[in-house]
Design a protein around this ligand. Structure first.
Ligand code: HEC
Length: 159
């Protein structure tokens, strides 16, 4: 292989990696969505649902942390690795502390045998959610508040 060919392939490879990293971060919308799934199709025609333009709560202060911590596995609408998070705060209405602890350290709850945590873990084929013991209580409340705002706004906008 000639040296210039090697150089061109390496450059092309880096461009592709860079492209997917910015798509994954929601900084741009890909022309066709590789992350879309059938559940998200109606509302966003299959494009990434939380890019700033499509995010009904894009000015919420909890959004940045949600994006860096949660979007590797979750979308608000549609399943990724974990379940969709739109409406999840309502699902745990009256159980905000449970939700808070789950986000902080779901593994500990599963290990301690919390029935709701164990059931959820089994439902998702024993895929583990990352722990977020590095986040402060305010950080987690901010993320919960973002998910709530997203859900409220999205419903108002008829998503
Ligand atoms: C490494 C992947 C991963 C990351 C990162 C992750 N989650 Fe999860 N999450 C999961 C999986 C998988 C489940 C399903 C339950 C299980 O298997 O433990 C889940 C379940 C949940 C649930 C329960 C959903 C329901 O329908 O009851 C909530 C709420 C949740 N995650 C919030 C978050 C938040 C908020 C963040 C970011 C701070 C986050 N997750 C980051 C993988 C992840």
């Amino acid at each position: 292989m000639s040296r210039s060919f090697k150089f061109i392939s390496l450059t092309a490879f880096l461009v592709i990696v860079y492209y997917f990293s910015i798509v994954a971060n929601g900084m741009i919308n890909p022309p066709i969505s590789i992350f879309a799934d059938s559940n998200a199709g109606v509302a966003f025609c299959g494009t990434v649902d939380m890019s700033p333009a499509n995010d009904p709560a894009n000015d919420h202060p909890g959004r940045a942390l949600f994006r860096t911590s949660c979007t590797a596995c979750h979308k608000m609408q549609g399943k990724l690795v974990g379940p969709p998070l739109m409406g999840v705060v309502e699902k745990y209405k009256g159980q905000k502390e449970w939700l808070h602890s789950w986000i902080k350290n779901s593994r500990k709850m599963i290990e301690e045998g919390d029935p709701q945590a164990v059931a959820l873990f089994k439902e998702y084929n024993e895929l583990s959610m990352q722990t977020f013991t590095n986040l402060s209580d305010e950080d987690i409340s901010g993320i919960i508040s973002y998910m709530e705002a997203y859900t409220r706004e999205a419903k108002e906008m008829g998503y």
